[in-house]
Design a protein around this ligand. Structure first.
Ligand code: HEM
Length: 119
């Protein structure tokens, strides 16, 4: 039995690889790219690494805003959320995260849908 999803998938290096791949996919998606124009992608990437690490049970403190506050001004709809979720799932799989851990991380992420959509 693994100590945590975080250590099981390969710790910091693995999460960094997933997050890099995730934003490559998001920024190649013309439905999503307008949301990220003018954003500080270095800061976003750093916060996303912390956030995914914390969600996966890693020993990492997340120092960004809460999910409702971070997204409330963006007018995201359900289709946008599903598209971002699909890119994250693909990034996890294509970086060698096994099915059980993909499901564990994605169930945490899906639970954030209402706050991210500010509803
Ligand atoms: C699927 C689950 C999602 C997770 C786990 C997530 C996670 C995060 C995190 C951790 C931040 C950083 C907040 C901060 O720096 O304080 C953030 C910011 C941001 N997210 Fe998300 N997000 C998700 C979905 C989305 C969706 C669906 C969109 C748009 C289609 C989106 C667009 C953004 C943008 C543009 C920012 C930067 C906001 C700013 O700096 O003003 N996110 N997100």
């Amino acid at each position: 039995m693994a100590q945590s999803v975080y250590s099981d998938i390969g710790g910091r290096e693995a999460v960094e690889a997933v997050v890099t791949d995730f934003y490559d996919r998001v920024l190649a998606d013309e439905q999503l790219v307008p949301f990220f124009e003018d954003m500080d992608m270095d800061e976003l990437r750093a916060h996303q690494i912390q956030f995914i690490s914390a969600v996966a049970g890693g020993p990492v403190e997340y120092t960004g805003d809460g999910m409702r506050e971070a997204h409330a001004h963006l007018d995201i709809d359900e289709e946008d959320f599903d598209a971002v979720g699909a890119h994250l799932e693909e990034a996890l799989r294509s970086n060698g995260v096994d099915e059980e851990n993909v499901e564990a991380i994605m169930s945490e992420v899906v639970a954030l849908k209402d706050p991210i959509l500010d509803r």
